[in-house]
Design a protein around this ligand. Structure first.
Ligand code: GAL
Length: 654
């Protein structure tokens, strides 16, 4: 079964409402209530003085209704007394100053003093609640980002991390190429975290920036390990997760979730349709990305339930079917639990206009009725929870590329996420399940592996991809791959794509970063597509031209190459095309590997399949605000705006 949850903040409401709220949430169909994650000042009003009586009462009221709780550790919001007593627990910004207090998330996750206090509150909670039947799972902190704190503790932790990695300054200087601009470090104390945002990141040494991000990722992962370790000491069976978001400074999610039991995400899809839908945005990509954190089904701990509006102005109200459509979109991509943010819209505090299921009026509304209907529908599909996505295709993701390409934009408008999404969107638009996996994950179960921009190169990956292709797989790899070594320095003495050259059967003689300019390519088999951003001028070794540039001084030069490699095939895409180009390329690649396709789906209709012991369910989601029609095995299918239709293996719509 798909579990339904609701995010609830008892500390924000008068006690007189708790009982009634619990009864109403249960009646709506909730199984679990998520609570606690911001309530430190209520749990520990004074240093060392704990009060869990209110939380005990809330949990009891919830469990009397037959529901369990997901308990949040409250460490995202340290109480003001802690900051006042211990200034060294405050996070410092990239400007090298302590962050202004009074909002949230201002704790330094590395500070030993903060660890001591955070550890104590997590321990107190664990002692009291771990292993109790009322507790379904634990959520650690809230929406963790890569650690970019520049406080003294983080500075010295960064130096320790580098000492551990490089041993000597000599080897660090060599790895970072510090002879450039007299950057040679002669004392560890000279190494600073990255201050002064106005000169960041452009002028900084990219090798240092890359290590700084990796250090930040290790800090975040260590913080997660630190908290989960405490809970597990009290209950080795505890189910522990944390709620990810996709922030600007992204952590390495694979590391962050390594010790956790299940991946979880806060799902706030775009609401400004149709504008958003015209963009390359599909929320489906992020959901598949999250499933890849642990390569298994995941949870949504905050599912969008009303118009957004915390700090920015209030967004348009969700269209009819938007709440249920997006919730089912998450299920279609592997969510087994959906916890809706939040029960009632806050009457106080910064988020009073960030709408929950209920408005301030507290009376049933259109959104509540829509969710009622959704929960009824999900309850009729109990087998769904025993299914997963099996994918013939995988997109390789690596945090190193995310870090490096963010710090060194290769061309105006060229972005790693765009590269990932272009392939992803083509897959869901063809009804092909696709996993987004870490670069060192096994490839054996896939037929087609997509490798968008592998700038920071692991030569091991090149040989794994060669093996995969040799045994009959198809690899698609794009421009800016094979450019740098593991330290983030350019590879000397080999033509691009360096370690991937044999696999691709071509090399780059010259490149033209054209930024936002639009040019065209002609496909060898006919057809013309717009391209932008980047043009690799290819020379073919053993490959054939799949597309050639039209115009400029390189008219007729290959832009995309296709190479037979062993039993398999490799495509090298030397440019960034319009969406339709990827669709055409993937149709060819999938057909050659015998992957079944749905080629009649209109743009904006996304299809995935979950299957397993619980049956087979094919999800058809209309991610647009127009009605859509298409043919499916002779049947005419109509989807209302934002409607999700589900079809079982018996070809019955449910
Ligand atoms: C999330 C956060 C929630 C709430 C929500 C509102 O990022 O975890 O606590 O702030 O956004 O949009």
């Amino acid at each position: 079964m798909i579990r339904i949850g609701i995010d609830y903040y008892p500390e924000q409401w008068d006690r007189a409402l708790w009982e009634e709220d619990a009864v109403r949430m249960r009646a709506l169909g909730a199984h679990v209530i998520r609570l606690g994650e911001f309530a430190w000042s209520r749990m520990e009003p004074k240093d060392g003085v704990f009060d869990f009586t209110w939380l005990d009462d809330a949990i009891e009221i919830i469990s009397r209704q037959g529901m369990q709780v997901i308990l949040g550790t409250p460490t995202n919001c340290a109480p003001l007394w802690l900051y006042q007593e211990h200034q060294d627990t405050i996070q410092w910004g990239r400007d090298g100053r302590p962050t202004d207090l009074g909002i949230r998330g201002h704790r330094c996750m590395v500070s030993p003093t903060f660890r001591q206090y955070a550890g104590r509150i997590v321990e107190e909670m664990s002692r009291r609640y771990a292993g109790r039947p009322e507790v379904f799972a634990w959520q650690l902190d809230n929406e963790l980002e890569n650690n970019h704190c520049t406080c003294p503790a983080c500075r010295s932790a960064f130096r320790d991390w580098l000492r551990e990695k490089y041993g000597t300054l000599d080897s660090l200087n060599r790895a970072w190429g510090n002879m450039v601009w007299s950057g040679e470090v002669s004392d560890w104390e000279q190494i600073q975290p990255l201050l002064a945002p106005e000169c960041l990141p452009r002028w900084h040494n990219p090798a240092c920036l890359l290590d700084y991000e990796r250090f930040g990722a290790d800090c975040t992962a260590d913080y997660v390990r630190f908290q989960s370790g405490i809970i597990r000491r009290y209950d080795s069976q505890a189910v522990i997760t944390t709620n990810a978001c996709i922030p600007a400074n992204m952590p390495d999610f694979h590391k962050e979730f390594a010790e956790l039991d299940v991946a979880a995400y806060d799902d706030y899809p775009p609401v400004r349709l149709p504008e958003d839908a015209e963009e390359l945005y599909s929320n489906a990509f992020v959901l598949d990305f999250v499933r890849g954190f642990k390569q298994k089904n995941f949870w949504i701990l905050e599912q969008f339930a009303g118009h957004m509006g915390c700090w920015p102005p209030i967004s348009p109200t969700p269209e009819p079917e938007m709440l249920s459509g997006y919730a089912l979109q998450a299920v279609a991509h592997g969510a087994d639990l959906l916890s809706f943010f939040r029960w009632r819209t806050a009457c106080t505090g910064a988020e009073m206009f960030c709408h929950g299921i209920l408005d301030h009026s507290n009376v049933p509304n259109r959104r509540l009725r829509e969710l009622e209907e959704l929960f009824r529908r999900l309850a009729q599909l109990p087998g769904l929870g025993d299914t997963t996505l099996r994918s013939p295709a995988a997109i390789l993701y690596s945090a190193d590329q995310e870090f490096a390409l963010k710090n060194q934009t290769q061309s105006d408008g060229f972005a790693y996420w765009t590269q990932l999404r272009l392939f992803h969107e083509a897959c869901v638009g063809l009804g092909v399940n696709v996993d987004v996996i870490r670069e060192d994950a096994p490839l054996d179960n896939y037929q087609v592996v997509l490798v968008p921009t592998h700038l920071v190169t692991d030569p091991d990956l090149a040989s794994r991809l060669e093996d995969f292709a040799r045994r009959g797989g198809t690899v698609v790899i794009t421009n800016r791959s094979g450019v740098q070594d593991k330290n983030g320095n350019c590879i000397l003495g080999q033509e691009l794509p360096t370690v991937f050259r044999d696999l691709c059967g071509c090399h780059v003689t010259e490149y033209d970063p054209i930024g936002p300019v639009k040019q065209t390519v002609n496909l060898t088999k006919g057809g013309t597509y717009q391209i932008t951003s980047w043009c690799d001028l290819l020379e073919l070794d053993t490959a054939q031209a799949w597309a050639r540039y039209q115009g400029r001084f390189y008219s007729g030069v290959p832009a995309v190459a296709k190479n037979r490699f062993g039993e398999g095939t490799a495509y090298y895409v030397g440019t960034v095309g319009e969406k339709a180009m990827y669709r055409t390329l993937l149709i060819e690649a999938f057909r050659e590997r015998g992957v079944p396709l749905l080629e009649t789906l209109p743009q904006g209709v996304e299809v995935t399949t979950r299957s397993g012991e619980g049956g087979t369910y094919q999800f058809f989601f209309n991610n647009t605000v127009h009605g859509q029609n298409f043919q499916l095995q002779g049947e005419r299918v109509h989807l209302r705006p934002l409607e999700m239709k589900i079809r079982t293996e018996k070809e019955v719509w449910v």
